[in-house]
Design a protein around this ligand. Structure first.
Ligand SMILES: Cc1cc2nc3c(=O)[nH]c(=O)nc-3n(C[C@H](O)[C@H](O)[C@H](O)COP(=O)(O)O)c2cc1C
Length: 209
């Protein structure tokens, strides 16, 4: 039995296009993998762990080979709990809106918590960086108000490029995705048509995940 961590990064609930797309993927996945367990984490409905002074110092203690103080250790243990839950999943599904050409701040906070030396990546002067979250698959449903498919507008896409770079950095090599765009700028009819097309694609990909 595999565990799927389904991370939703939109606060828009039933109005969210990225969640609608990821939900279709999940539903199709569930039908073809009825025994797997799906854990849903909406980052706007969860108390996220802070990554403040003590946690940052705890991270630098690891990087500089210094022992953590009790306060740093306490902050680090909270970080470790989030990472343990993340790493306990075999497959990941993410619903990610574009916000200001990038990702919503709650998802960035979650990423700043889970991307950590010795836990999700390693570094050595001889071998450089290596991801430690290996052998897992990810599917990402992206939604954007505008259309970033032309070569000129792709330069503004810090959403898909960032998510896929950071997942690759921590070890993912199997990253699949669907983009739904434009969800706003071309009006509701085009948005509905694009979403329906993307949902059809998501249903196909979901059964093969
Ligand atoms: C705070 C905020 C910032 C946004 N910034 C952008 C942007 O930079 N580019 C864009 O194309 N759409 C932008 N949008 C529109 C969303 O990407 C679009 O509505 C998308 O469908 C949101 O995903 P969701 O439907 O899953 O919530 C923004 C929306 C919000 C709320």
């Amino acid at each position: 039995m595999n565990k799927i961590l389904y991370i939703q990064a939109s606060p828009r609930e039933h109005r969210s296009k990225s969640i609608a797309l990821a939900d279709a993927f999940i539903e199709s996945y569930r039908q073809s993998h009825p025994d797997d367990r799906i854990e849903t984490l909406n980052l706007f409905e969860t108390d996220l762990v802070e990554f403040g002074a003590q946690a940052v110092q705890a991270k630098y203690a690891i990087l500089h080979g210094r022992q953590q103080t009790p306060e740093e250790l306490a902050a680090w243990q909270e970080v470790q709990t989030v990472i343990d839950n993340f790493k306990s999943a075999d497959k990941f599904v993410l619903a990610v809106p574009m916000w200001n050409f990038g990702i919503p701040y709650r998802l960035k906070q979650y990423i700043d918590v889970i991307v950590q030396p010795t836990l999700t990546f390693s570094y050595s002067p001889t071998d450089g960086y290596a991801g430690l979250v290996v052998g897992k698959s990810a599917f990402i449903a992206y939604a954007r108000g505008g259309d970033y498919s032309s070569q000129q507008s792709q330069a503004f896409d810090f959403q898909k490029r960032y998510i896929e770079s950071i997942l690759a950095f921590i070890g993912f090599s199997d990253i699949r995705s669907i983009v739904v765009e434009p969800t706003l700028m071309a009006g509701p009819d085009i948005a509905a048509k694009k979403l329906a097309e993307a949902i059809g694609q998501a249903k196909r990909l979901g059964s093969e995940f």
